[in-house]
Design a protein around this ligand. Structure first.
Ligand code: MN
Length: 278
């Protein structure tokens, strides 16, 4: 969320003449991609938490009597490091860190100086990749590892973006900030994506294709992996599904009476529209 907000604010607040547009466009493209990463991470967390209490109560009764050995529907929360997440999150994601601290706008760095902003962004992406490698080593869950691997590779694409932009401004970033070495390329899920070249492409999300980010994101990759950088408007999407209801969370809580109200409201709307159209 920090990278998303930071790059979008840096792009919105960008100042300069027409020749500096590629920098603004690059920030906007990476920032827009980060919105999708928030969605990806939030959905992954939500899907992984969904069903984790393994509640098997009666369909007709959302509030069961305690089961074997006094087990209650949401007992799993008591065995986790962050009970509060289960208490307020209903088996879904929250905009908080692993310790439960809420996300804050004060994390956003936008100095108004392009070189400083780009250096900070490069550091964020490098740190992000490092931390994701650690998270990868914390779990063997396939869904989690698949999301983490994708983000590790995209972080490298973003490192390339900011490194390239710094190089164009004469900043010898490699001497000051050697990119931290990890063994990420040995993770099989990461290797697969690297072989596809996903670390060397940057999306612009520019519907009219007017983005000038390609003026910066091109040529030999700063990662020194022998690849060439290139841009594309956007990656292929993926169909989203709705998670199942969770009776033990009273979510979404559409009981018979509420469903009847929804139906009645829809009927009134249809009738009103019909009257207007006549
Ligand atoms: Mn990133």
């Amino acid at each position: 969320m920090r990278t998303m907000m930071q790059y979008l604010f840096q792009s919105m607040n960008f100042r300069g003449d027409a020749t500096s547009k590629p920098y603004k466009d690059l920030l906007q493209g990476v920032g827009t991609e980060e919105i999708s990463h928030v969605e990806l991470i939030g959905t992954t967390i939500s899907r992984l938490l969904d069903g984790s209490p393994e509640y098997k109560g009666r369909k007709t009764d959302p509030v069961d009597k305690p089961g074997a050995k006094g087990a209650t529907p949401l007992q799993i929360a008591l065995d986790t490091s962050n009970i509060h997440h289960y208490l307020v999150g209903a088996q879904g994601a929250l905009p908080v860190d692993a310790a439960g601290n809420p996300w804050s706008g004060s994390y956003v760095y936008n100095s108004g100086n392009l070189v400083l902003d780009l250096l900070y962004n490069l550091m964020l992406e490098s740190t992000g990749r490092l931390q994701k490698c650690r998270i990868y080593e914390m779990t063997d869950n396939k869904t989690a590892r698949s999301t983490i691997a994708y983000l590790i590779v995209r972080d490298q694409a973003h490192e390339n973006a900011f490194a390239k932009a710094l190089e164009s401004l004469g900043v010898n970033w490699g001497a000051a900030l050697p990119i931290p070495k990890t063994n990420a390329e040995q993770f099989p899920e990461v290797k697969k994506l690297l072989d596809m070249g996903l670390q060397s492409i940057q999306y612009t999300f520019s519907a009219d294709d007017e983005s000038q980010a390609a003026k910066l994101y091109r040529g030999a990759s700063p990662s020194n992996d022998g690849t060439e950088l290139s841009t594309a408007v956007m990656p292929e999407g993926f169909p989203m599904t709705i998670a199942p209801e969770r009776r033990e969370e009273f979510a979404p809580g559409l009981d018979k009476e509420l469903l009847a109200l929804i139906q009645a409201t829809a009927e009134v709307e249809i009738a009103t529209k019909g009257a207007v159209n006549q």
